[in-house]
Design a protein around this ligand. Structure first.
Ligand code: PLP
Length: 374
């Protein structure tokens, strides 16, 4: 008979998470995750769903009825957005200024859409003039942009100008807010964003597993009047409406514990106040930026596009990024990351997100990085 595997009790290392995510989880969120499980249709859970949706609307700054946590990681809410909005034959305009615009393109193609691109260098936001030109040339049905590009540390500025261009061409706008929700100013309704998706493991400081998504009525009308069903059954919003809408009928078993976690993480956002939270990220990440610049290092994006939640620091000449990253993990239990794609080997990516955006972490990071570069 086969002997059962002899595996030790779980004992993960106690890291300080200052990479591109996940970020450190607040103890209250961890506590919420160890509370008793109830069924996904238990009356008490139906209340928890309502509360989570209400808290999500607050964090997104939206009145959208259609505001839900999607079961899965940020890529699930991303695919729910793109896979439902893009129908076969539609054209989606995507950005080329970072890694996640490329993922948008792959998802739009798998949904049967045609992809056209608007260019900007990695580390720079899209220019509204280029978006206008791309609209004039291609007349896309859907336009996607990344509000906070985790791969480059650049923030998309001028969002209302971009959404104006799209709406004047009758297109819908999808915003990737994975690294901005709860940490960087984001006003879904005021800025005219039709669909925004996010992840819980960045500025909300929650483990991955239930990922925020919001759609306005225009977007939902398009989804509900599709000629062909969405290609993913699991992420089909017209089916998910049965569970997250009025009816509260079974579609799939919601990740109960992850919804508990998200609810508690969002409660922390509401207690702090969303504007205060944006301000804290800017203040604490500002100290981080000043600290690394005082060491003679440069941030990759220009100050105008600096993203407080993700600081892209240029790797100094003569330094190998992985040596520094490994040293910090081995000697300090501190996680940061290297660059992706076009910026691979060229930047360190240092997160300052949610519960991790604290002065104490900045002091620790700056001194540990100084030691690593010594
Ligand atoms: N979009 C952006 C901007 C991200 O940073 C990420 C993850 O880092 C994703 C999408 C995908 O999220 P996930 O890795 O949780 O699936």
């Amino acid at each position: 008979m086969e002997t059962p595997p002899d595996v030790d009790e779980l004992a993960p290392p106690n890291r300080t998470l200052m990479g591109p995510g996940p970020s450190p989880v607040h103890p209250r969120v961890l506590r919420a995750m160890s509370t008793p499980l109830v069924g996904h249709l238990d009356p008490s859970f139906l209340d928890i769903m309502d509360e989570t949706q209400e808290l999500l609307r607050y964090a997104f700054r939206t009145e959208n009825q259609w505001t839900i946590p999607v079961s899965g990681t940020g890529s699930a809410s991303m695919e729910a957005a793109i896979g439902n909005l893009v129908e076969p034959g539609d054209t989606m305009l995507v950005p080329t200024n970072g890694y996640f615009g490329g993922r948008m393109a792959s998802m739009a193609e798998r949904a049967g859409g045609d992809v056209v691109e608007v260019d900007a260098p990695w580390g720079e936001p899209l220019d509204p003039v280029d978006v206008q030109d791309a609209f004039d040339e291609h007349q896309p049905d859907v336009f996607g942009f990344v509000h906070a590009e985790t791969s480059t540390g650049a923030k998309q500025t001028n969002v209302p100008e971009l959404t104006d261009v799209a709406h004047s061409h009758d297109a819908l706008v999808v915003a990737d807010t994975v690294t901005s929700l709860g940490g960087v100013e984001l006003k879904v309704d005021e800025w005219g964003i039709d669909v925004a998706y996010s992840g819980p493991q960045k500025c909300l400081s929650c483990p991955p597993g239930a990922s925020p998504l919001t759609l306005n009525d225009d977007a939902m009308d398009k989804v509900l009047s599709r000629e062909e069903p969405a290609r993913s059954w699991y992420l089909d919003l017209s089916l998910l409406e049965g569970y997250w809408g009025e009816e509260r009928a079974y579609h799939h078993t919601a990740p109960i514990t992850n919804v508990y976690a998200l609810r508690e993480a969002l409660r922390l956002v509401a207690e702090e106040g969303i504007e205060e939270r944006w301000a804290r990220h800017e203040r604490v990440a500002g100290a981080l930026k000043a600290g690394v610049e005082a060491m003679g290092l440069d941030l990759n994006p220009e100050d105008d596009y600096w993203l407080p939640s993700l600081n892209a620091v240029r790797v100094p000449d003569g330094v190998t990024d992985s040596d520094v990253i490994d040293f910090l993990l081995d000697e300090y239990d501190l996680e940061i990351a290297g660059g992706l794609g076009d910026l691979s080997g060229e930047i360190f990516r240092i997160g300052c997100m949610g519960h991790g955006a604290r002065e104490k972490n900045v002091t620790f990071l700056v001194s540990a990085l100084a030691d690593a570069l010594d």
